[in-house]
Design a protein around this ligand. Structure first.
Ligand SMILES: [Cu+2]
Length: 155
């Protein structure tokens, strides 16, 4: 009994610590030296945002240089920056760096893939297709689940 509880506890720790812990967590996808974890998109009417974590296991820096999706007329790479005097603003960037031997998280309040001008509403429970292009690793197409996120101001 004690052993079963311990095993369950470790499983919970691994899931919640997916970004910090490199052992025992399975990547959703691999492309070249890059591992991709836990992609998700936020449910939205007009503009959507896509988040995930990357682990560059290689000895070369890489970058996300473009993304596309059939659900949006335009897809941009964004960062979220804090404004002097408070507040946050999203700003388009040409690339999202994925340094060698490092983890990078696309997350609310930071880097994200922006689905600009959605063709249809993104509803929680559906899956969308997102293709990401990298400077070195080529490109990858992901199935990304849509989830309801709490509104926190900014993406
Ligand atoms: Cu954005």
């Amino acid at each position: 009994m004690g052993r079963i509880l311990l095993a369950v506890g470790i499983g919970v720790l691994l899931v919640s610590g997916a970004i910090a812990c490199s052992q025992g967590v399975k990547a959703a996808k691999k492309v070249g030296d890059l591992e991709i974890y836990d992609p998700f998109a936020r449910a939205s009417h007009e503009e959507g945002a896509v988040y995930m974590a990357f682990r560059n296991t290689g000895d070369d820096d890489d970058s996300i240089i473009a993304a596309s999706s059939p659900v949006a007329n335009k897809v941009e790479l964004h960062n979220t920056v804090a404004l002097q005097g408070g507040g946050m603003r999203m700003t388009p960037v040409e690339r999202i760096p994925l340094p060698k031997r490092a983890w990078v998280a696309l997350s609310p309040g930071g880097y994200h893939i922006m689905l600009v001008d959605l063709k249809e509403e993104l509803k929680a429970g559906q899956k969308i297709t997102v293709t990401i292009r990298f400077e070195r690793a080529g490109s990858v197409t992901l199935e990304v689940p849509v989830v309801e996120l709490m509104e926190e101001g900014g993406h």
